[in-house]
Design a protein around this ligand. Sequence first.
Ligand SMILES: NC(=O)c1ccc[n+]([C@@H]2O[C@H](COP(=O)([O-])OP(=O)(O)OC[C@H]3O[C@@H](n4cnc5c(N)ncnc54)[C@H](OP(=O)(O)O)[C@@H]3O)[C@@H](O)[C@H]2O)c1
Length: 235
Amino acid sequence: MGTVAPVSLVTGGNRGIGRETARQLAGLGHTVLLSARRPEDAERAVAELAPEVPGTLVPCRLDVTDAEDVRALARRVEEEFGRLDVLVNNAAVNYDTTRRAATVDLDEVRHTLETNLFGAWRTAQAFLPLLRRSSRPRVVNVSSESGSLASMSGGTPAYGVSKAALNALTRKLADELRADRILVNAVCPGWIATDMGGPGGDPVDEGAASVVWAATLPDSGPTGGFFRHGEPLAW
Ligand SMILES: NC(=O)c1ccc[n+]([C@@H]2O[C@H](COP(=O)([O-])OP(=O)(O)OC[C@H]3O[C@@H](n4cnc5c(N)ncnc54)[C@H](OP(=O)(O)O)[C@@H]3O)[C@@H](O)[C@H]2O)c1
């Protein structure tokens, strides 16, 4: 790392893997925009984490389904920092284990895609001009092996389709942004014991470490890949 701290944005940074990713990036000295849909949640997480880390944590309001919210944060980041180095699209909803593709209400599927796919997509689009101003731009789409077509089975229909689509978006963006030197990768954190993952999963620091790996790749690192623990996963 140079003398200037990288500027990183984590969506859904108030709890779970997003919160721990923000903690680990700030531990590496990044200035981390820890965003949450409710500003008080972002402020609380920052107050808890800030004493532990050398980097600066900045609480931000961001609901990734709200286009004006996303634009407003991009304007704020431009004014305060002039660039963005790392975008972690972590926010997601609805691990729908009780649903079946054959019967699920499509409004629920649409709602899921609005966060898990379009949220990441609109955030990436809005921050692209700021990522292009970075000397080491990285985008990490926090995905799931549930979105792997290679191993896809029935169940979790909205979630699985949303992550398969996020993986496709990862490939599209990686290819289109290669000339801009923006490395774009999808990461499965593994089964992690968060509110979404439930009890029994691996500790949250292990899941976040997979995300941080992709957020801190060297310039020679991969783009357009799907990884867990830094190892390729089948699409
Ligand atoms: N845990 C696992 O086993 C596992 C496995 C594979 C992949 N993943 C992926 O890892 C990522 C993090 O999961 P997690 O386990 O940490 O989940 P989590 O504990 O349920 O946290 C989800 C986070 O996303 C935020 N969020 C939801 N909708 C949002 C929106 N519209 N705008 C902004 N933020 C929003 C939530 O904010 P609120 O507090 O406001 O709801 C929360 O901060 C997700 O992409 C998930 O799909 C998790």
